[in-house]
Design a protein around this ligand. Sequence first.
Ligand SMILES: Cc1ncc(COP(=O)(O)O)c(C=O)c1O
Length: 377
Amino acid sequence: MKVPFLDLKAHHAPMREQLDAAIAEVMDAGAFAGGPFVAKFEKEFAAYCGAAHAIGVGNGTDALWFALLASGLGPKDEVITIPSTFMATAEAISFCGAKPVFVDIEESTYTMDPALLEKAITPRTKAILPVHLFGQCADMDPILEIAARHGLPVIEDACQAHGATYKGKKAGSIGRAGCFSFYPGKNLGALGEAGATLTNDAELAGKIRCLRDHGQARKYYHSHIGWNGRMDGIQAAVLSVKLKQLDVSNQRRRSHALLYDELLGGTEEIIIPAQGRFCQSVYHIYAVRVKDRDRVLEALAEKGISCGIHYPIPVHLQEAYRFLGWREGSFPVAERCAAEFLSLPMFPELTGEQIHAVADELKRCLSSASPRAGCAK
Ligand SMILES: Cc1ncc(COP(=O)(O)O)c(C=O)c1O
């Protein structure tokens, strides 16, 4: 049986008419860059997440960058984050002229290990940037407590966690700001690029609105050097349609994860993802850990099962960050996980039959294949 990693066509099919109508409405109104459709989506998304303000921007990287810039980050400053993330988390810090400083992840949840956080704080630290990896929130209470003791803002990278909760609060609404990507494959995905920053701080929201529009609060009067980071009208209208079914989609992902857990949980060679304390994950990614991961990935692909790796190289070992001087062994948990992570197919329209096929094939591959078949333990 063929199982895709993600099937956006199947995801969009039931709402195709509404999406077409929403796009037509924007074309009729001619409101393509910023404008009323963006303002409408901002209101809806802020209300959904329980935050006072949402600022629609061009993508998740913009959302992070503007949140950091508006928090006053600049050269020589440091921001603490994790190495087990997509490159954009660190890039946003670097594009403020600041330095990403990493702390390792927890072996169970793959999010920032609060026990390691305080040691990484220096007089140059200006913010803490936990990442809600794979759709599960970082353990926010101890992170917020340490941050408050040092007078530091916490900015959440919630790019993979639309609708996830920590102690009942929605991801992105817990820290000073929360940053989202609406890249098409995300739990809430546009039909192109888009992103948003959430905050309860009206002053910060105002600064981000100004920065995303060339630093102008009034047309052609530029108080700051900003950037073109506006959200586009068509993406906003599409997101308004898709936001309505986000909870149903997330619920389906959770049921799929439960079934994967049941089918794979007892297998010695597989580590299944763990639920963090106080967390309800939205399983943007369902990543297991296996030895000899690359061979397993290849063998599954030969059987028609598409998997992914998020991410094969932790950020501190990326060539682009070699100048920071980290080496292998600097963050052992992140490095071990990067070698073992295998992301299984996960999307709302996945069927039980497909999940059974993935689990059966994965177990078969791990238990019986010879090295030559590409599935050695
Ligand atoms: C954890 C994380 N941070 C940041 C981003 C950047 O978002 P975008 O691709 O929309 O710029 C992503 C997107 O994949 C992400 O997964």
